[in-house]
Design a protein around this ligand. Structure first.
Ligand SMILES: *[C@@H]1O[C@H](CO)[C@@H](O)[C@H](O)[C@H]1NC(C)=O
Ligand SMILES: *[C@@H]1O[C@H](CO)[C@@H](O)[C@H](O)[C@H]1NC(C)=O
Ligand SMILES: *[C@@H]1O[C@H](CO)[C@@H](O)[C@H](O)[C@H]1NC(C)=O
Ligand SMILES: *[C@@H]1O[C@H](CO)[C@@H](O)[C@H](O)[C@H]1NC(C)=O
Ligand SMILES: *[C@@H]1O[C@H](CO)[C@@H](O)[C@H](O)[C@H]1NC(C)=O
Ligand SMILES: *[C@@H]1O[C@H](CO)[C@@H](O)[C@H](O)[C@H]1NC(C)=O
Ligand SMILES: *[C@@H]1O[C@H](CO)[C@@H](O)[C@H](O)[C@H]1NC(C)=O
Ligand SMILES: *[C@@H]1O[C@H](CO)[C@@H](O)[C@H](O)[C@H]1NC(C)=O
Length: 254
């Protein structure tokens, strides 16, 4: 923090120095040629491939390339990168266990709100306005796998997973979106909770839901409110200082 005892001119010089450093440091990242892996041709800042030179990208956004598939690890899970959208700061990923030609294949691990914390590199939400607002746009909705002791009839909410998934003794269903506790029948329990950013209508079959998992889900890499990179804090201070200067000028005029 800059102490208030610094003269204004010193503060100004310090800010000019810091802001030019900010620009220079970020310009350096962009000097790396974009990396490419399979269908993902434009891997650039903040992303990097594991074997890129160290100066490229941000090490929290390491990706690896396995058999021409771009891989990202999130917590215990392994995911394939389907798209990186630099315009809206999102990355779309698919659980590595979900196979196109096999509707019995399901994600290995649950992934839901409770896995993500504010200090993690990826978020399930997109911030609408970067600095001014805490408004958050959800990028995905939940696919909830449920197993029940009895067959459920006349429940439009529950989609039967048979014949794709046939739990030996229990009956397996999925619900899309949110689940109210009151909607969870006594004989049922939640088995798995995953995400999708595909917005197929409500009246769908389990094969549709499997396709939604194959489309994957979007995450955002925009830094969250409390954890802005240092450079952005300086920029924010740059916008604060002129108002202070105006106040000082007004006082001396009075
Ligand atoms: C690749 O991403 C950069 C931003 O990191 C963008 O400026 C550039 O236009 C993109 N190129 C292509 C071919 O999408
Ligand atoms: C990313 O890769 C670099 C170099 O390969 C390594 O030093 C760093 O620890 C990795 N970061 C993560 C989060 O895996
Ligand atoms: C990856 O793709 C490149 C170019 O399309 C191809 O030459 C190479 O054989 C592929 N490698 C694997 C392991 O599929
Ligand atoms: C998300 O958290 C749940 C509950 O702690 C855990 O079982 C699951 O493995 C986590 N998901 C991943 C991908 O690590
Ligand atoms: C981000 O951009 C991609 C590609 O244009 C698009 O498919 C996706 O829906 C966008 N996501 C959001 C949250 O706007
Ligand atoms: C389909 O996926 C299921 C679950 O992962 C697996 O047990 C089964 O062997 C797979 N079938 C084929 C034909 O790969
Ligand atoms: C959960 O309950 C709320 C309020 O009672 C209702 O608006 C919402 O549609 C319910 N959600 C589901 C998935 O049934
Ligand atoms: C849902 O799909 C079933 C079978 O495809 C059809 O009979 C039914 O009319 C549909 N319901 C709605 C509300 O679209």
């Amino acid at each position: 923090m800059i102490t208030t005892s610094l003269p204004i001119s010193a503060r100004f010089i310090l800010l000019v120095f810091l802001s030019s450093c900010y620009l220079a440091c970020h310009a350096k990242d962009h000097h790396c040629e974009p990396s490419s892996c399979g269908d993902i041709h434009n891997i650039s800042y903040p992303f990097r491939l594991n074997d890129d030179p160290h100066k490229c990208g941000d090490s929290r956004y390491n990706l690896s390339c396995e058999n021409n598939l771009t891989v990202v690890h999130l917590y215990s899970g392994k995911y394939y990168v389907r798209a990186i959208n630099y315009e809206n700061y999102t990355i779309r990923v698919v659980d590595a266990n979900v196979r196109e030609d096999n509707c019995s294949s399901i994600p290995r691990y649950s992934l839901a709100t409770y896995n993500f914390s504010d200090v993690d590199p990826y978020s399930m939400f997109l911030k609408r306005a970067i600095q001014t607002s805490r408004e958050r746009l959800p990028l995905s909705k939940a696919i909830i796998f449920i197993s029940c002791e009895t067959q459920l009839v006349n429940s439009p909410l529950y989609v039967d997973t048979a014949p794709c998934i046939d739990a030996a003794s229990r009956h397996s269903f999925v619900i899309i979106g949110s689940l109210n506790v009151s909607d969870l029948r006594d004989s049922c329990r939640i088995e798995l909770m995953v995400l999708t950013s595909s917005w197929i209508g409500t009246n769908c079959s389990y094969v549709d839901i499997h396709n939604m998992m194959l489309y994957g889900f979007e995450l955002s890499w925009l830094p969250i409110y409390n954890r802005r990179p240092l450079g952005q804090i300086w920029i924010a201070m740059l916008t604060l200082i002129p108002t202070k200067l105006i106040v000082i000028v007004r006082i001396s005029q009075a």
